[in-house]
Write a protein that binds this ligand. Structure first.
Ligand code: GLN
Length: 470
């Protein structure tokens, strides 16, 4: 059997129910692993050891009474953008270095009400600005598969915490790829839900019209379980969708054989050959099980990247204006280079005389990108594509070249602009043993379908069971 810290949520739940171990033992195993590896990988900004053990003890009492809750006694880590009442929340920026929130985000509350144990707050690019994790004011996170490589960002610490078995699951945020990219780089499963499926209330805002709250797990099955807890309407977030939350664990086991679209723009030049061939094998595997494959086009893929960065910078310049150092946090001189760059460019693209040329035009491109996906989903049920055009790159390789860093997101941002869900699933390793993932993209609110395809794929393959040797 796996060590306790290596269990999936499902395995841990079963073990707790059968009294094979306690939540305190499970939580302690995760804390011990953090203690052992975090010096090397730097996945955590804050480890909530005492709080976690207290909560685990409470969970054990409830378990002894026969209580049933979806995540009772399960440790979970949160990207340090999720407000946690009484627990420091930094957004990985020196501006909020000592900020202790007065309230918790809706997702934190839901997960705690489901019985989970908060084990710590994870590292990320400051304010979630980045693709590598290197923009953190708390030091870069390292990829457990090769500590000279980046783990992907911006949810670098959450991906790494799960990949290195410090926590069976972790929450992240995805505005332009920040869950899927690090998931594909660390051999974990990453879900970016439909915009509005999960409440954004109480999570430090990056670009409010695109921010989505998703998570990392070891399996698709766990991803489904977790979304059943986090999803749903929240009166505190006007953009949250008032649509019933299905039992995703039930959706998962529906054997749905559907038509898969492959967008030619996602397999064009510039995509690493090893990634292409892993994807081809994944597609063939599904084809052999009866899935139909069809080639389609997403013609505005390239324009999406430019539009994304204009829209995001504009919203960032507005959202970061609240950090004025007066009510809370340090003053604006504490912002790092990337935040400053985004504030300046975003203010520029919103200012009188430039608005029409930049922001308005980008909004029009967003409509075209949305239409690309709408047209695609008239022809196919889901799309499959690579997550990243490249393998995890070296630490330091792109830090001085923001443009090449932004290009890492070329295959993820169109999905955010369209507001649709996407699930990143491990599908292989490069010759030098770096993880590769693919994404399954569906129409709005099709998470159940994505889970059923992802789960089917994981029942046919064992990539997700491989762990980094750290
Ligand atoms: N890398 C993208 C950016 O820097 C995405 C960030 C995100 O999804 N939070 O904007």
């Amino acid at each position: 059997m796996n060590k306790l810290n290596q269990l999936t949520i499902k395995q841990a739940k079963d073990g707790l129910k059968e009294k094979k171990f306690s939540s305190v033992e499970l939580t302690q195993a995760c804390l011990d692993e953090i203690e052992r590896v975090d010096k090397t990988i730097n996945a955590f900004i804050t480890v909530t050891k005492d709080y976690a053990l207290t909560k685990a003890k409470e969970a054990d009492q409830l378990l002894a009474q026969g209580a049933i809750k979806p995540l009772l006694g399960i440790p979970i880590a949160f990207k340090d953008l999720y407000l946690t009442r009484g627990i420091r929340t930094t957004a990985a920026s020196r501006v909020l270095k000592d900020y202790i929130p007065q309230y918790s985000s809706t997702v934190v509350e839901k997960i705690e009400n489901a019985g989970a144990v908060i084990i710590g707050k994870t590292n990320s690019d400051a304010w979630a600005h980045g693709s590598s994790g290197e923009n953190s004011d708390f030091g870069s996170t390292k990829n457990p598969w090769n500590i000279h490589k980046i783990p992907g960002g911006s949810s670098s610490g959450s991906a790494t915490a799960v990949s290195a078995s410090c926590s069976p699951a972790a929450m992240g945020t995805d505005t332009g790829g920040s869950i899927r990219l690090p998931a594909s780089f660390t051999n974990t499963v990453g879900l970016k839900p439909t915009y509005g499926r999960v409440s954004r209330y109480g999570v430090v805002a990056m670009a409010s019209s695109l921010d989505t709250m998703g998570h990392f797990t070891k399996t698709v099955e766990d991803s489904a379980l977790l979304l059943s807890v986090t999803a749903g309407k929240d009166k505190q977030d006007a953009t949250s969708l008032d649509v019933p939350v299905p039992d995703y664990a039930n959706e998962l086991i529906k054997n749905r054989i559907v038509t898969i679209g492959l967008a030619k723009e996602y397999f064009s030049e510039g995509i690493n050959e090893e990634i292409k061939s892993s994807l081809e094998q994944a597609v063939n595997k599904l084809k052999s099980k009866g899935f139909e494959i069809k080639e389609i086009g997403l013609p505005h893929t390239k324009a999406a990247l430019a539009a994304y960065y204009i829209i995001v910078f504009s919203e960032v310049s507005s959202n970061l204006s609240r950090y004025d150092g007066i009510r809370y946090g340090n003053d604006r001189s504490y912002f790092g280079d990337e935040a400053k760059r985004r504030i300046m460019l975003g203010t520029y693209s919103l200012s009188a005389g430039y608005y029409d040329a930049y922001y308005l035009k980008a909004s029009k491109v967003q409509t075209l990108v949305k239409q690309d996906f709408e047209n695609a989903f008239k022809q196919v049920d889901v799309l499959i594509g690579p997550v990243s055009p490249t393998l995890p790159f070296n630490l330091g390789e792109k830090v001085n070249d923001p443009l090449s860093m932004y290009l890492s997101d070329v295959l993820t941002v169109p999905i955010n602009l369209a507001g649709v869900p996407s699930l990143s699933v491990p599908c292989g390793f490069s010759d030098n043993n770096l993880p590769i993932g693919f994404q399954i993209i569906g129409p709005q609110l099709s998470e159940g379908l994505l889970f059923s395809i992802g789960h089917k794929y994981q029942s046919l393959t064992d990539f997700h069971t491989k762990t980094a040797n750290i």
